[in-house]
Design a binder for this molecule. Sequence first.
Ligand SMILES: *Cc1c(COP(=O)(O)O)cnc(C)c1O
Length: 458
Amino acid sequence: MTTLYSRIPSTDRLLRDEAFATLLTLFGHNRVTQVLHQLQDEAREQIRQQQTLPDWCDAWASETKKRLEQCSTSALRPVFNLSGTVLHTNLGRAVQPQAAVDAVAAVMGSATTLEYDLDGAGRGHRDRALADLLCQLTGAEDACIVNNNAAAVLLMLASTAAGREVVVSRGELVEIGGAFRVPDVMRQAGCELHEVGTTNRTHAKDYRQAINDNTALLMKVHTSNYHIDGFTAAVDEAELVTLAEAAGLPVIVDLGSGSLVDLSRYGLPKEPMPQTLIAAGVSLVSFSGDKLLGGPQAGIIVGKKALIAQLQQHPLKRALRADKMTLAALEATLRLYLHPETLPQRLPTLRYLTRPEPEIREQARRLCVALSARYSEFDLRVEACLSQIGSGSLPVDRLPGAAVTFTPRDGSGRRLEALAAQWRTLPQPVIGRIYDGRLWLDCRCLDDESRLLEMLLK
Ligand SMILES: *Cc1c(COP(=O)(O)O)cnc(C)c1O
């Protein structure tokens, strides 16, 4: 055993080795010695437990290189989203349009006109360019951009209703997931929630009776992630605006997803649009940048000039503002909306949502043929499936598509888990969904078929 220990070379001796010279240049002295110490510890441990040396003990340099490379792979990695959920929050929601990718690259490596007015050489407003575009698209008077829609709701409430009451229907006290619950955000913003109506029915008179001297505004929250059916009643925005105006109060709406185009023109279920609410006279409307809009994570607020000015001047705006990369990506995304005819080709989110079922099925069929031999322990089939939009958008609507399914021939659930785990370790991991004894690869969001095959045939 002592002889085995003596076969572990010293750090100094190893570092003098020619093979380590490149590693030292590439990774630096600290990291290389750190890994070497770790390897030496592992070798000693194996001798102690098994009285053998690890296999790599005749190739210290290549093992060190392998370990260093493993640690250098980024934690944020591109994956194949074949989960069947188009806007998957854990997978980063919307895939950005190429125009946004290019715009971000352009502003990242250079000084930009973020808050600089080229005409007057004065200090511009960082949301200015985007606000003009948003006004054009929604008919609003002005706009404000923050980090995400949760931030947008917080900022709207804090700057227009702190210390006062906000009237909301009991049917709209939504939890979006994670820590976003309307009553909690209300408290954080320093407002007092005044609930009206019941879970299933709220009427105009409920709002009217709630209004008092301390009321700041009436609020509506789009119940984006659930659906109540049956004996229901809600007051629509136009009616709410009429009754709020009679009391001299603003109406604000948290729209959640919010689509800037009428999705029914692409054969998709209708989702409320900010421009409709602005036309109905709503004072402020907020929505997400990375849900149905298909852009970067951002919170967009459009509405009346005076109220937006109040938001822009609030100290929270400084804390919640978006950076130049987000603004660049959002501007590029919004520009695509100026040309709605080409939107399904140029906006990945809409492209995935509108892909014809036969095209997806054909793709699944090609994959099934190409993969069958390699995965002989599984029964591969093309099966119909229903994709989800995700991120709480259009919760009850499912899109018919197709998937390649992998059923273990021996019916073993462990084998299924092992397959899913193996695909997660690929250079570009493949994320499917285990359901009903099978692993499903929903092809709806698959762009790069040959890269996927390269991964799965490894
Ligand atoms: C998604 C959603 C939010 C939160 O938006 P983020 O952009 O994820 O912060 C808030 N309200 C509603 C109604 C939503 O659907």
